[in-house]
Design a protein around this ligand. Structure first.
Ligand code: GCO
Length: 450
């Protein structure tokens, strides 16, 4: 199918996404405090190539040229996140004006380039001082977070319309508190459940702080949605898939919608009860203006008990028949449709945006050009699924590529490259890849893309 931007509608938002720790660098400049990723990356064996985000893409100093690039490629929006310890180095209390000024400059640069700024408030870089007080497992975090959101909203709400309270709670909670592969590297079912409940309460506290600043804001959040596919029709496989679905998707979405925790499908979640206090059922509810759906892969689920989780079934991948990315993920465009349909089913009136979708593949560099045909194919096929969703009445109003440029991919370091723009991390030189040109053609040279 030949794609054209008109097919998606005139008001469709086309954007790129990235996040503070993954691109900014300047880890200790202008009064920034340490984040849990500054400390986690120093621990032995945590990052595949032993790298860290001290410099990353140097976005802290290069945000102007990077934002112009976003505009030159034809995108109308840039989604970026705020580093909490850059704004509040001690986590609460004293505001670091220089940190706040940096984000004001980024917003100004976006507006000057006709690129709409989309702000994520938490993309995983908690102030280290707050981690020392228990981080997300300490209920006080709800108050700390509300205070932080209010500080940022006071500075930016006059010029930023679209806000996302969290980026993918699933990833930092499962990775940070259960498997320990992400910061802060905790492995505890008890703390995972506490941190999950406090994050859900913080979604509401963050949304309330934004709305208190201005009633004109579009308040949303983002979730990674990983459709679970049972490997067979037997009861065992169906139960395993439902259980993983509860752990990986529903537990971060449903409490905010007033649906409670999905304990029937995942009895282990009952442990959350010890963290719940009277009144939480109503305090946790949020009336979202939109939800950001982030999709990377679906997972075939076999019923395999693993000891750490005391018998909870866990996904195992069947790699034989699919195209697999540099992350080891299966390319499955229909999964994006399924992810959108899943969130749509909660509330057909909810506005949805794909706030992340993208792929890491090895790029081929030749005569100063970066050839990435697999990435072009990936985007084309996933965008077709967005059209399919729209034609089935699922309101998808925008699409953000992950990512504008290659950046620090958490525990995987700089090995997987997700960018539309290649970054040479020795020189910080940016080179637009073929996929970036493909988008430029789609977005600016209507009506046909290659
Ligand atoms: C996530 C995050 C991004 C990642 C991207 C690729 O989805 O995990 O939002 O920070 O870099 O997803 O893994």
């Amino acid at each position: 199918m030949v794609l054209s931007r008109e097919q998606f509608g005139d008001d469709f938002t086309w954007g790129v996404a990235h996040a503070s720790y993954q691109v900014e660098g300047a880890w200790n400049e202008d009064g920034k405090g340490e984040s849990i990723w500054d400390t986690f990356t120093r621990r032995r064996g945590k990052i595949r190539d032993r790298s860290d985000g001290t410099v990353a893409c140097d976005f802290y100093h290069r945000y102007s040229e990077d934002t112009r690039l976003v505009a030159d490629l034809g995108f109308g929006a840039q989604r970026f996140s705020i580093s909490w310890p850059r704004v509040l180095p001690e986590g609460t209390g004293r505001v670091n004006q220089k940190g706040l000024d940096f984000y004001r400059r980024v917003v100004d640069e976006c507006l000057a380039a006709d690129v709409e700024p989309w702000v994520t408030l938490y993309h995983w870089d908690l102030p280290e001082v707050l981690q020392q007080r228990g981080g997300w497992a300490n209920r006080d975090v709800v108050g700390w977070f509300g205070e932080y959101v209010d500080v940022v909203a006071a500075a930016l709400a006059d010029r930023v319309e679209h806000w996302m309270v969290f980026n993918e709670p699933c990833s930092f909670l499962l990775g940070g508190y259960l498997s320990g592969v992400h910061a802060p590297g905790v492995r505890s079912l008890r703390k995972f459940l506490g941190a999950t409940h406090h994050t859900n309460l913080s979604q509401a506290a963050g949304a309330a702080a934004l709305r208190a600043r201005s009633s004109d804001l579009q308040v949303g959040t983002t979730h990674i949605i990983t459709p679970m596919v049972p490997s067979g029709t037997s009861e065992r496989h169906l139960r395993a898939a439902a259980s993983i679905d509860a752990f990986a998707n529903r537990v971060y979405i449903e409490p905010n919608l007033g649906l409670g925790y999905p304990v029937d499908d995942a009895p282990l979640l009952r442990g959350v009860d010890r963290w719940v206090r009277p009144g939480d059922d109503s305090a946790i509810r949020v009336d979202w203006d939109f939800v950001g759906v982030q999709y990377y892969q679906r997972l075939p689920v076999h019923a395999v008990p693993i000891p750490l989780l005391r018998g909870v079934p866990w996904p195992r991948r069947d790699h034989r028949s699919y195209d697999i990315t540099a992350m080891g993920w299966e390319v499955q465009p229909e999964g994006l449709y399924d992810a959108l349909a899943k969130v749509h089913a909660y509330d057909p009136d909810l506005r949805l945006f794909v706030t992340e979708n993208g792929v890491a593949v090895p790029d081929r560099i030749e005569d100063g050009q970066v050839h990435d045909p697999r990435r072009i194919d990936f985007y084309r096929r996933h965008l077709e699924q967005v059209l399919r969703a729209q034609s089935d009445g699922i309101g998808v109003d925008g699409y953000f590529c992950w990512s504008l440029m290659d950046n620090f991919e958490w525990a995987e370091g700089y090995v997987p490259r997700f960018g539309l723009v290649r970054v040479d991390f020795d020189t910080q030189q940016r080179t637009v890849k073929d996929s970036g040109r493909w988008f430029e053609q789609l977005l600016t040279a209507n009506p046909t893309a290659r």
